[in-house]
Design a protein around this ligand. Structure first.
Ligand SMILES: Nc1ncnc2c1ncn2[C@@H]1O[C@H](COP(=O)(O)OP(=O)(O)OP(=O)(O)O)[C@@H](O)[C@H]1O
Length: 338
């Protein structure tokens, strides 16, 4: 099997700000060419700093940044072949959409007729041809975002870097725009690196998710791997939908120090004890629309949550204080690797 060529390779990359803050610590990462990568983590985990170091907008304290096998650690943003799309879109208010999109070509000295032709092509790609002569203030947030994206794409960068590109949009538009982002990335075959603190966004968009916490990588994998096999309690907790259980549980037959996760929807509430069941007390039943979350407590006081679909017969029989038996298939237990 031929290994996919990385578009971006980070070798032991660290960033310490002048304040002494270590924002990114010893990151090693390979992002395959033409893939959609999401950097995911809570506020302050260092994802924007990492993105800006790839873009060349932030200096690297230690380590190397390689783009297409070229060491660009000390190159300016313009020399790298990357394009960074800012969180606030940063469009020029006095220029039309067409001129905003064409601007990077103007800076590059491309003739007017050629840059306008390419800008029209890009406007069509982001479905904004009708707004070529409009000004940014006349556009909605989602439309401004399309213009900013077209401007980032016009120089045919090898890598497009997006810092929380959907955060300014309302939830409905966010879902619509993430489909657009994926379509455009797919059609153009460009590597996208997208910073987000939203698990849903990362799951919906990414080929590869990079989970970060406190400046360090926690896990790198496909959305399916991240969701089904979170590597540690931080990842399981951050992506949500998982119980994190510590200590010896009869179900695992494992030593006392074991910690593992099990998805809320991989536990059944059963009437009678049988193989692979454990007793628990119902603490609360939380209605969530097409399902409910049944919050329980194990005998050793650890909390455990069960997701019950709204058509599950047992749901209506549950009440706080009721003693229940929870059944888990051992294959659904995810032992943490670190
Ligand atoms: N210019 C700076 N000078 C000093 N410290 C900084 C600077 N920029 C960021 N930091 C610190 O570095 C850490 C990482 O910040 P960064 O912005 O990379 O995180 P983030 O994960 O992108 O957060 P958010 O989602 O809130 O934007 C934080 O503790 C932050 O306070």
């Amino acid at each position: 099997m031929v290994a996919t060529k990385p578009a971006v390779e980070l070798i032991a990359v660290s960033k310490r700000y002048a304040s002494g803050q270590l924002a990114v610590s010893q990151i090693n990462l390979r992002i395959p060419k033409g893939s959609y990568c999401c950097l995911l983590g809570p506020s302050g985990c260092g994802k924007s700093t990492l993105l800006r170091m790839i873009a060349g907008h932030e200096s690297v304290t230690d380590g190397d940044v390689l783009l297409d096998n070229r060491n660009v650690t000390n190159h300016s943003p313009a020399e790298r072949g990357t394009a960074l799309m800012f969180q606030n879109y940063a469009l020029f208010p006095h220029m039309t959409c067409l001129d905003n999109v064409a601007y990077p070509l103007k800076v590059a000295g491309i003739s007017k007729s050629e840059r306008l032709e390419q800008a029209h092509e890009l406007l069509a790609k982001v479905n904004m041809s009708d707004y070529a002569n409009a000004y940014p203030e006349q556009l909605s947030g989602g439309q401004q975002q399309r213009i900013a994206l077209a401007r980032a794409l016009i120089r045919k960068p090898e890598v497009v870097l997006l810092d929380e590109p959907l955060s300014a949009l309302d939830p409905f538009l966010r879902i619509q725009m993430r489909k657009e982002l994926k379509r455009i990335q797919h059609e153009m075959g460009i590597t996208f690196i997208h910073v987000t603190h939203s698990q849903d966004e990362a799951f919906a968009l990414a080929d590869t998710i990079v989970v970060m916490s406190k400046g360090e990588l926690q896990q790198v994998g496909t959305p399916q791997i991240i969701f089904n096999k979170p590597a540690n309690p931080f990842v399981a907790n951050f992506i949500g939908g998982h119980n994190i259980i510590k200590g010896a549980i009869a179900l695992t037959g494992s030593p006392a120090e074991t910690a593992f996760s099990v998805r809320f929807d991989r536990i059944d509430i059963v009437d009678e004890p049988k193989n692979n069941t454990i007793q628990a007390a119902v603490m609360d039943v939380e209605f969530q629309g097409n399902h409910s979350l049944v919050h329980c407590q194990l005998a050793d006081s650890q909390p455990i949550t069960v997701l019950c679909r709204d058509n599950e017969a047992s749901l209506s029989t549950l009440y706080p204080g009721k003693s229940v038996h929870l059944h888990v298939n051992p294959a659904s237990l995810n032992l943490f690797t670190h």
